[in-house]
Design a protein around this ligand. Structure first.
Ligand code: GRF
Length: 215
């Protein structure tokens, strides 16, 4: 089963909206600027979808804010240029976002992909790329917005949680939903086992959602 078939099973969009696999010219291809703060497993899943030809896009840059972030090792292995913009070097969220916008523009990015970016973004970034900023959140939004979403779901007693790819708007985790995947919470789950199963789904839906939004 490809990620596109999977998409048909887990998302309510109709079949005609499933992206075709026809390839674009270099000029038409979406240029994804990825933002990551940590491990970067979603970054890697997106790059692998691009490099395997499943996602017709380019990834000219990944920006990270934590100098220790493991995403930098993944970027080196995958051959993607990486730039560190440490939030501690900026006086405000707006100043950091202004620097991010400058780097993204330098790389001719037209889609901004937040993949585990652990900072709240401001209109400085959102308005620079109107309706072209996406995020992935580890819950079935609108449930469990904000930080520690997996823990919130786990402790609430719900039996099903999941992950959501959505457009970014100034209100945190509130933009239009593009795709979701559901994940059951098992009696035997720990936070770690639940997170591992969630990430399997995240890695499927993020490339597919990008294809829908940017395709
Ligand atoms: C993911 O669970 C994502 O939903 C959340 O942050 C996590 C990032 O994981 N926003 P990774 O760095 O992509 O492995």
């Amino acid at each position: 089963m490809t990620i596109w078939d999977q998409h048909a099973l887990i998302s309510p969009v109709i079949d005609s909206e499933i992206p075709s696999s026809s390839s674009k010219t270099t000029n038409d291809r979406p240029r994804l600027g990825i933002m990551a703060s940590g491990s970067g497993s979603n970054f890697e899943a997106i790059v692998q979808a691009v490099q395997s030809g499943q996602l017709d896009a380019e990834v000219p840059i990944v920006i990270y804010n934590n100098p220790q972030a493991a995403v930098v090792d993944r970027a080196a292995r995958l051959g993607i240029p990486a730039v560190c913009l440490n939030h501690r070097d900026y006086a405000s969220r707006e100043a950091l976002d202004g620097a991010i916008v400058a780097v993204l523009r330098d790389h001719n990015v037209n889609w901004v992909i937040m993949a585990g970016w652990m900072r709240i973004v401001t209109p400085v970034l959102i308005n620079a790329f109107p309706e072209h900023v996406l995020n992935i959140h580890p819950s079935l939004l609108p449930s469990f917005k904000g930080g520690r979403a997996i823990e919130q779901a786990f402790q609430s007693g719900v039996k099903i949680t999941g992950c959501t790819v959505h457009y970014v708007v100034p209100e945190v985790d509130s933009g239009k939903i593009i795709m979701q995947a559901a994940v059951p919470i098992l009696e035997t789950d720990t936070l770690e086992t639940l997170q591992a199963r969630l990430q399997v789904q995240e890695h499927k839906i993020y490339p597919a959602a990008i294809a829908i939004a940017a395709g």
